[in-house]
Design a protein around this ligand. Structure first.
Ligand code: SF4
Length: 219
């Protein structure tokens, strides 16, 4: 099977249908920071708490009580890391842009430059923002996407973020890339897991160059 076929098969098997809720630019960025190293359910709980108990806008975040922020972010974990990132983002927006609505008037490159100055906001978070909020046809590369791509031989071991993204995007038809992103994540969570991938039930085990390694009785 050619490499294009591998991604197509993953998309068919995972049957991911996901609607992206349209939220404000600041809210989308905060939700993306909260989602780092946690699952969708816990992200949603923390975002909802933040919205109902503090309000999810720059001013409310900057005037919020620290303890209250901790309580809101607790369901998503790593609040000691995530709260300073959210506060730094809010401060930069207030000091450098004056108003969060300016985020929407920046072009993609201006936005990329602005956001990459914020500690903890890297290319993945920016790409998620661009794909979710601006409907850009890109494949954000998270830990699952990266692992699956390497195991399947789509990406090489030494490839960096943009190299993996480019290789994946070359294999996925325009218009299908966000679906490919979600499908690869679902596949990485359910089948090609970080520890003990389930090669025995994997629909790609015949084509996958890593399956022998994981199916070996010595593993
Ligand atoms: S065969 Fe194993 S390593 Fe290869 S994609 Fe499937 S689960 Fe992952």
């Amino acid at each position: 099977m050619e490499k294009k076929g591998l991604i197509r098969k993953i998309m068919e098997e995972m049957k991911v249908e996901r609607e992206i809720e349209k939220t404000g630019a600041f809210e989308t960025l905060v939700a993306t920071i909260i989602s780092q190293n946690t699952n969708d359910k816990n992200t949603e709980r923390a975002v909802n708490r933040l919205k109902s108990e503090i309000g999810l806008n720059v001013k409310s975040i900057l005037s919020a009580d620290r303890q209250k922020l901790i309580e809101c972010l607790k369901p998503a974990g790593l609040y000691n890391v995530k709260i300073p990132r959210i506060i730094e983002l809010a401060k930069r927006i207030e000091h450098e842009l004056g108003d969060e609505s300016k985020l929407d008037s920046m072009n993609d490159e201006e936005l990329r430059t602005f956001l990459s100055k914020v500690k903890g906001i890297g290319p993945k978070t920016i790409d998620i923002f661009l794909a979710f909020r601006r409907k850009r046809d890109i494949i954000p590369v998270d830990t699952h996407v990266s692992r699956v791509s390497r195991r399947l031989g789509i990406a090489d071991k030494g490839d960096g973020y943009f190299e993996i993204r480019r290789k994946l995007e070359d294999l996925v038809p325009a218009g299908d890339r966000l679906k490919a992103h979600f499908s690869l994540i679902a596949f990485g969570r359910k089948i090609c897991t970080a520890k003990r991938p389930k090669c025995i039930i994997c629909p790609l085990r015949e084509e996958c160059p890593s399956s022998k390694q994981f199916l070996s009785p010595l593993q």
